[in-house]
Design a protein around this ligand. Structure first.
Ligand SMILES: Cc1cc2nc3c(=O)[nH]c(=O)nc-3n(C[C@H](O)[C@H](O)[C@H](O)COP(=O)(O)OP(=O)(O)OC[C@H]3O[C@@H](n4cnc5c(N)ncnc54)[C@H](O)[C@@H]3O)c2cc1C
Ligand code: SF4
Ligand code: SF4
Length: 393
């Protein structure tokens, strides 16, 4: 164990020198330098206003921050690319316009691969890792394919979508690379002074937002919630494809014999233009049926807050929020939803939010574009009228 000063972050304020109980810090060239006498008490770490003092394992070198960013591009079983990949590329580009962004894509047949969609993803380069066994997601194979090339090229940042695959794969890769991983980020920013990625996610049941950095190890890794960043508007950019044949892995011992989709009576939430989010304010199961009929009549999908799933009234696949889905429809209509942080993280990227609540002080109103104070049942005809006027139906 060692205590180190990240000198690029130290502004020479000398606070740590004054507070070190055994005078184990000296100022050299206006930067704090930890001396051999340090007994690792950690006092200086907590008091440094610049967060410039860190614990590190022996002889570890602080990896440089570079402009090389990687983004995992996920292909769903039906062949569609998960849009979170594009959202992450766009966000990284917004944070650093001179970054070189590589989209990492695993494929089972690089010769048959139609790359046109990938080439317009907004990345500078697509790294196609090819092996016949990559047809289906396999955590061990994917990890074994990505880790060696990642170690060799050592990007500064490596982002994954917080999908089932990303949440499974990213920790495996982070463990192999012995670097940090922030799960389920809802915001990213860049420290202007040192170029470190500030990874922000809800913590303590969503009651506060934690901003996390990875100052020493690389890559700085995070999984990103779907739809928290907008899709890029103009992605015209020159993009090259680099194919790497992966020879060092063997076929997995297991085989996928059959794939079948879960049958659901609810349409896929992520594909709906209009979603009605139903909350505890709905009151009874009978009212729920009424709203479901109403949703069908305006061609809207059904979403809900967690209490309805806990009650067994609606399935988890339509739960919106921190432990459910993140969606960004054109219109989200929140009926009898109070607006907890855990619900908001799943729908606040919606283009237009209509909220109905009988409590005029409900927190959801701070996030809605149109706030309707009143009883759900009475407001349904008003909403229908609004939607018909907007869509001309
Ligand atoms: C770790 C963790 C993860 C969680 N994940 C999620 C998640 O993914 N998604 C999620 O939704 N929650 C999640 N929650 C739960 C969350 O904290 C809230 O408890 C939940 O979102 C509240 O749901 P609600 O707004 O429907 O209910 P309530 O907070 O009870 O609000 C009901 C609202 O309905 C209004 N109302 C009542 N009657 C009427 C009426 N007749 N007409 C109009 N308005 C009416 C009330 O004024 C009130 O504002 C999570 C919690 C934890 C701890
Ligand atoms: S407290 Fe932090 S910023 Fe101030 S001298 Fe020490 S290391 Fe540098
Ligand atoms: S860890 Fe403790 S002993 Fe070491 S430099 Fe900091 S304050 Fe001094």
């Amino acid at each position: 164990m060692k205590i180190k000063v990240i000198s690029s972050q130290c502004n020479g304020c000398t606070l740590c020198i004054k507070k070190c109980p055994i005078q184990a810090i000296e100022l050299q060239d206006k930067k704090a330098v930890i001396q051999d006498a340090c007994n690792f008490c950690g006092i200086c770490i907590s008091i440094c206003p610049q967060k410039a003092i860190v614990k590190s394992i022996d002889d570890e070198v602080i990896a440089p921050v570079t402009n090389q960013y990687w983004v995992m591009i996920e292909q769903k079983p039906d062949g569609e690319i998960d849009s979170t990949s594009y959202e992450m590329i766009a966000k990284l580009r917004e944070l650093n316009s001179s970054a070189h962004i590589t989209g990492v894509f695993l494929c089972s047949d690089s010769s048959n691969q139609d790359n046109s969609e990938l080439l317009s993803s907004g990345a500078d380069e697509i790294l196609l890792l090819h092996h016949p066994a990559f047809q289906n997601y396999n955590p061990l194979l994917y990890t074994n394919a990505i880790v060696p090339i990642c170690k060799k090229e050592m990007p500064s940042i490596f982002l994954f979508p917080a999908t089932e695959m990303g949440r499974d794969l990213a920790p495996r890769i982070a463990t192999e690379l012995q670097t940090g991983l922030t799960a389920d980020c809802t915001e990213l920013s860049m420290d202007a002074e040192n170029g470190l990625l500030i990874q922000t996610r809800p913590a303590w049941d969503g009651n506060l937002m934690a901003s996390i950095i990875c100052p020493i190890r690389r890559p700085q890794m995070a999984t990103i919630r779907p739809h928290v960043f907008p899709l890029p508007e103009n992605v015209a950019r020159e993009c090259t494809v680099r194919v790497e044949q992966i020879d060092h892995i063997t076929n997995p011992p297991e085989k996928i014999v059959e794939r079948s989709s879960i049958q659901s009576s609810f349409p896929d939430l992520e594909k709906q233009n209009i979603v009605i989010g139903i909350g505890r304010g709905i009151g009874t199961k009978e009212n729920l049926a009424l709203v479901c009929d109403f949703a069908r009549s305006i061609h809207a999908g059904i979403g809900c807050s967690r209490p309805l799933v806990d009650n067994g009234w609606l399935p988890h696949e339509v739960q919106v929020g921190m432990s459910g889905k993140a969606i960004a429809p054109k219109v989200y209509i929140a009926l009898g939803i109070s607006g907890s942080v855990q619900h908001l993280v799943g729908m606040q990227s919606s283009e237009y939010i209509i909220a109905v609540n009988k409590d005029e002080n409900a927190p959801i109103f701070q996030h809605s574009h149109l706030s309707l104070v009143g009883d759900i049942k009475k407001m349904l005809p008003v909403i229908k009228d609004l939607i018909e006027k907007k869509t001309g139906q």
